[in-house]
Design a protein. Structure first.
Length: 211
């Protein structure tokens, strides 16, 4: 994060917001946001569903979403620890199909009887059927990343982003939701200031760059 000299902090922040810049605090958050923007569709709004297999993890995810300004409109849905991959898929499909949901948070701990790969593949297959973003957390599961890639209906290669903790994914989701809202706004009429000598400005820049 840098700031142009002699530009007031509030004006600088306003400039970045108007330009649609996604602000982050560190490189860790940068990659959290990047994997979501690259591999998932933009959310249509701030309404979130939370689905998992732990009451504590679901409550934690819902609280994190609300603290970041997102609205939990579905769940948190907590399955039993012994739930099968099919039950995971059914609960996720219901969340994605809810018209009052714009994005989904999937937060799971290792089930007692269901293999890790079956869970991750079930999540991937459900996400692939819908045009809504999903952020996932698989606490303690192994080999998840390699099995989360899929091809969307538009032919684009995508992947379900997986985060070490639900708070990381939800923070990234909030940043991307704000960015999606910026993209959906009317940009207004471009300003064309009178009296600007563009040719002279370009010549000055060229001279400085050459030097």
């Amino acid at each position: 994060r840098t700031r142009t000299p002699n530009v007031p902090s509030q004006a600088f922040d306003a400039l970045l917001r108007q330009a649609g810049v996604i602000r982050v605090e560190n490189v860790h958050q940068l990659f959290d946001v990047a994997q979501l923007t690259l591999h998932q569709p933009m959310p249509a709004g701030d309404r979130v569903a939370v689905v998992g297999n732990s009451d504590a993890l679901g409550s934690l995810s819902a609280s994190a979403a609300e603290s970041w300004g997102l609205r939990v409109t579905h769940g948190p849905v907590s399955l039993l620890p012994q739930a099968s991959a099919g039950e995971f898929a059914h609960a996720l499909d219901a969340a994605f199909s809810d018209p009052d949901v714009d994005s989904v948070v999937a937060a799971f701990i290792p089930p007692l009887v269901t293999p890790d790969e079956e869970v991750s593949h079930a999540v991937r297959d459900v996400v692939a059927k819908h045009d809504k973003p999903c952020v996932a957390t698989f606490l303690g599961m192994r080999g998840v990343d390699g099995g989360m890639r899929y091809t969307a209906d538009d032919g684009q290669e995508r992947s379900v982003p997986s985060y070490s903790m639900p708070e990381d994914g939800i923070r990234a989701l909030r940043s991307v939701t704000t960015y999606a809202q910026w993209r959906a706004k009317d940009r207004g009429v471009p300003v064309a200031p009178v009296g600007i000598d563009r040719a002279r400005a370009a010549a000055l820049l060229d001279g400085w760059l050459e030097a």
